[in-house]
Design a protein around this ligand. Structure first.
Ligand code: M6R
Length: 606
């Protein structure tokens, strides 16, 4: 997790860059750095560790310049040492970056073959040399940056300055947030508006795929197709400088769209991306000698745990017992020697989950919790804490917390499988590589949001909706039904697709939409058979799948196309369409999306 800032100022900017970075330190503090343009030349100061080390460095070696960028780092590629600290630069360009450049290895190989010398282990340095390479050919910084941006894959936010250009900064957003601040004859850039609060409250949020050319007089913004576009300037009020909705109508929409970034941060915490290995913290228990995993949680967090059951049993060949916390706490279930008990909770305060944790602890289980609030009671009472780095989740309907919980659980499944000798190094590489690609795929799914509108318009008229899925898609079907009912108040049920004929098929007629979560995996053909059963009874099928619609073998009311990916990561991706379907349906109906009736964000009673 990293924070980036930029200032086109009237006087020396180094100190203001550090002020802004201080407000972003929650995003990472492995190292920090600033770079400026002074007399046409780029220069920088960097320091390992917390921001105060950079401040000391700047006191000892001040940095002049009215144009600058800054960075506080959460290491993903390359150890947290000064050499890997941002800003990265050549004589021509300097870059700060938040996110992951997925194709950095390919880019680096090509650029090294052309004679570029790399000095760091980071993915970011490939961006610096790519832009330098374009500048070698055209010497037009805007054109060079644009050409380079078009070659980058991954989810990222970038701030770029150039030697010889004192009144120019380029910003780009693809999957990681970025805000532009408007001053009087000054312009600012920040990972969020909080960073810019000391300087300005006039904020423009870049949208997915946008890139911008900043001068002191203002910003020209372009969309992902290169068309000049206007984005609104809003006044950020003091309270909203803590947590605001940005350009979104609801927190839920904002949180859905934050997923590429927060998944990326969460994965970076548990993976060594450069080595394509899981880098799991010590849980205080020997993962090779666990006899059984017990998972407990409530609501959406329970469904994350249910996906993990499929992953852990499949990849680690270890039995997993799972139950909703409100049942497990009274079930008096016998618990094994050497058992690992895992609790999943966004808030970390859910009463039933906490009570079950205490039961498991009293019964000699080693307790690990996956929480979004690190200071929560569940975190404090656990032997080990595995944080999700989703950031504050305000919408009552859990979205980004869910996919971050899945991200941690996916890494845990690989870690247990490796410890037990069930996952060979090549398989680990393949699984980790697939996980690394999740933020990019999620960003791509979110770019296709318009296709959900007609589906939502139809669903808004329904009285009952069924969701079907098999294997690890079954919990996603359950989560889809929960999401829809909690914010749209439409009755919805999730079923294992094979269970359809054991009862629920009686509900199906022309008025019942059936949403089918069906990646084209080894179970796809079985699900297709269930589709035929629904179609034969007139059900309106909405198929979410990477398989082309013809493969359904029946008439579909709608087909939501998905990227073709390793089946392992499918739950992380298919979670997104079911969130968008629920959200857009609720918007059609006009419910209070962020605070639906009868619900609370943190359920501290049983
Ligand atoms: O804070 P927790 O994750 O422990 O909360 C558990 C459930 O209350 C929560 O997931 C709830 O189901 C959500 N509103 C679902 O969107």
């Amino acid at each position: 997790m990293c924070g980036i800032v930029g200032i086109l100022g009237k006087s020396s900017v180094a100190n203001n860059l550090v002020d802004a970075l201080r407000r972003l330190e929650y995003r990472g503090y492995d190292s920090a750095g600033v770079a400026t343009v002074e007399d046409g030349t780029l220069d920088r100061r960097r320091a390992e560790g917390k921001l105060r080390n950079l401040e000391k460095r700047l006191l000892a070696e001040p940095l002049a310049g009215r144009t600058g960028i800054g960075h506080t780092r959460w290491a993903t590629h390359g150890r947290p040492i000064e050499r890997n600290a941002h800003p990265h630069m050549t004589a021509k360009v300097s870059v700060v970056h938040n996110g992951i450049i997925e194709n950095f290895r390919d880019l680096r190989a090509k650029l090294e073959a052309k004679g570029h010398r790399f000095e760091t282990d980071t993915d970011t340095e490939a961006v610096v040399h790519l832009i330098t390479d374009e500048l070698d050919q055209s010497n037009d910084p805007v054109a060079a940056a644009h050409k380079a941006l078009n070659q980058l894959q991954g989810a990222f936010a970038l701030g770029i300055i150039f030697a010889g250009h004192d009144d120019l900064m380029i910003a780009a957003r693809k999957g990681s947030p970025l805000a532009i601040g408007h001053g009087s004859g000054e312009m600012y850039l920040g990972s969020d508006a909080i960073a810019l609060a000391p300087f300005t409250d006039a904020i423009t949020y870049l949208e997915e795929g946008d890139w911008a050319v900043l001068h002191r007089s203002g910003a020209d913004i372009y969309d992902r197709d290169g068309a000049r576009i206007e984005r609104p300037m809003i006044k950020a009020v003091a309270s909203s400088l803590l947590v605001d909705k940005g350009n979104y109508r609801h927190f839920m929409a904002k949180e859905i769209h934050e997923q590429p970034e927060v998944i990326s941060h969460t994965l970076a915490n548990y993976l060594d991306m450069a080595a394509a290995r899981v880098n799991f913290p010590d849980l205080g228990v020997d993962l090779a000698n666990i006899s059984r995993v017990t998972i407990s949680a409530c609501g959406t967090a329970y469904y994350a745990g249910l996906v993990a059951k499929y992953w852990i049993e499949r990849f680690a060949r270890l039995p997993v017992d799972i139950d909703v916390a409100s049942e497990m706490r009274y079930r008096e279930t016998p618990l094994p020697e050497n058992g690992l008990a895992i609790f999943v909770s966004q808030s970390g305060e859910t009463a039933d989950t906490l009570a079950t944790l205490r039961y498991c602890k009293a019964n000699r289980q080693h307790v690990a919790s996956i929480v979004n609030v690190r200071t929560s009671t569940i975190a404090r009472e656990s032997h080990a804490v595995l944080p999700t780095l989703a950031g504050p989740e305000i919408g009552v309907a859990s979205t980004k917390a869910f996919t971050c919980q899945l991200s941690v659980l996916a890494c845990l499944a690989i870690a247990i499988g490796r410890a037990r000798g069930e996952i060979a190094p090549e398989q680990e590489t393949a699984l980790v590589t697939a996980l690394t690609e999740v933020p990019r795929h999620v960003a791509a799914i979110l770019r296709n949001e318009d296709i959900y509108l007609p589906v939502a318009q139809d669903l808004a008229k329904a009285r009952d909706v069924l969701y079907l899925g098999r294997g690890s898609s079954f919990p996603i079907a359950l989560e889809g039904a929960l999401k829809l009912k909690e914010i749209s108040y439409i009755h919805a049920e999730g079923y294992a697709a094979g269970e359809l004929k054991h009862g629920p098929i009686a509900l199906i007629d022309e008025s019942v939409p059936v949403i089918v979560v069906a990646p084209e995996d080894e179970l796809f053909e079985k699900t297709v058979s269930n589709l035929q059963e629904v179609a034969a009874r007139g059900g309106q099928i909405i198929l979410i799948s990477d398989a082309p619609p013809e493969k359904a073998g029946c008439k579909l009311a709608a087909h939501i196309p998905m990227p073709v990916v390793d089946a392992f990561i499918a739950p992380l991706l298919y979670a997104v369409p079911i969130q968008l379907i629920a959200y857009q349906t609720a918007v059609q109906i006009g419910t209070d999306v962020d605070q639906p009736r009868n619900l609370a964000k943190s359920v501290t009673v049983e």
